[in-house]
Design a protein around this ligand. Structure first.
Ligand SMILES: [Zn+2]
Length: 275
């Protein structure tokens, strides 16, 4: 039953994210005017605005002018519901679930604005950095390796301070290492360097995740980007001047890390004999 409720909330949040994805990159209000067809401008009736169901019933077309509705809408709704369900499975009903669910919503939003518009709005990453810092007072952030360094110097901050330091270190790791990996990616895609939006995205991920998970995210995101971009780049000339949405790859990696990253890092540290 709990899963049904989380799933329905996911669809509803996904529906709201669709509005944000369509409007935020254009600096339009997300409240008014109400949803309308982009072609005939007819307002969407409430019963035509039910997530997934309406798209299926309308056959993916506007009821008034029969214009095709982008399949991105139901995809975003499904992805949001799926990720929130995975967060709930991983963290059950806890402050950590609220934190990671909120993080997932922001990341899904940015995955799609970067993919569709090559935009990572500062309004979203700014909100993310502030709320991630606030969450670090409630849900402990992984403070390795900064905590090891402090302990080495004989400094033992309290649990809350530890968490806040972990968030700051994560932001530093995300922003700092990003230039290095960004440089490698730049050589692969031969287009202009990284946007400030990508840096803001990794600052935000760092504040939520702490340093280890942030580094894992950058590694997974770069790997995923290379895995998809390199073969396409070599196979056809069509993608020669294509600006790959690095933020989209990083976002997907961030969601994977937030769900299974701690287990992966723990397994790696055991295997390498560090802990
Ligand atoms: Zn229409």
């Amino acid at each position: 039953m709990a899963y049904v409720i989380v799933g329905l909330f996911g669809l509803a949040f996904g529906s709201f994210l669709n509005v944000c994805i369509a409007r935020l990159p254009r600096h339009e209000s997300i409240v008014s005017p109400g949803s309308h067809c982009p072609r005939c401008a007819h307002p969407i009736r409430w019963y035509d605005n039910v997530p997934l169901l309406s798209y299926a019933l309308l056959g993916g077309r506007c009821r008034d002018c029969r214009a095709r509705i982008s399949p991105v809408y139901p995809i975003v709704e499904l992805v949001t519901a799926g990720v929130l369900l995975a967060d709930f499975y991983e963290y059950s009903l806890s402050p950590a679930f609220v934190k990671w669910a909120f993080f997932s919503l922001l990341i899904i939003l940015l995955i799609f604005t970067d993919l569709l518009e090559r935009r990572i709005p500062h309004a979203v990453t700014g909100l993310g950095i502030a709320s991630g810092l606030a969450f670090s007072f409630v849900v402990p952030v992984d403070n390795r390796p900064a905590g090891w360094l402090l302990a080495h110097w004989g400094v033992f901050p309290g649990a809350t301070m530890n968490s806040v330091i972990g968030a700051a270190a994560g932001a530093l790791a995300g922003g700092g290492l990003f230039y290095v990996v960004g440089e490698v990616f730049y050589r692969l895609r031969h287009v202009e360097g990284l946007g400030f939006g990508d840096v803001m995205l990794m600052l935000m991920a760092g504040v939520f995740m702490g340093a280890p998970m942030t580094l894992l995210t950058i590694m997974l995101g770069s790997f995923l980007g290379t895995l998809i971009a390199a073969p396409l780049h070599l196979a056809t000339t069509r993608f020669r001047n294509y600006a790959w949405p690095f933020g989209t790859f990083l976002g997907v990696a961030a969601i994977f890390s937030s769900l299974g990253g701690q287990a992966l890092i723990a397994a790696y540290l055991r295997w390498s004999g560090i802990s």
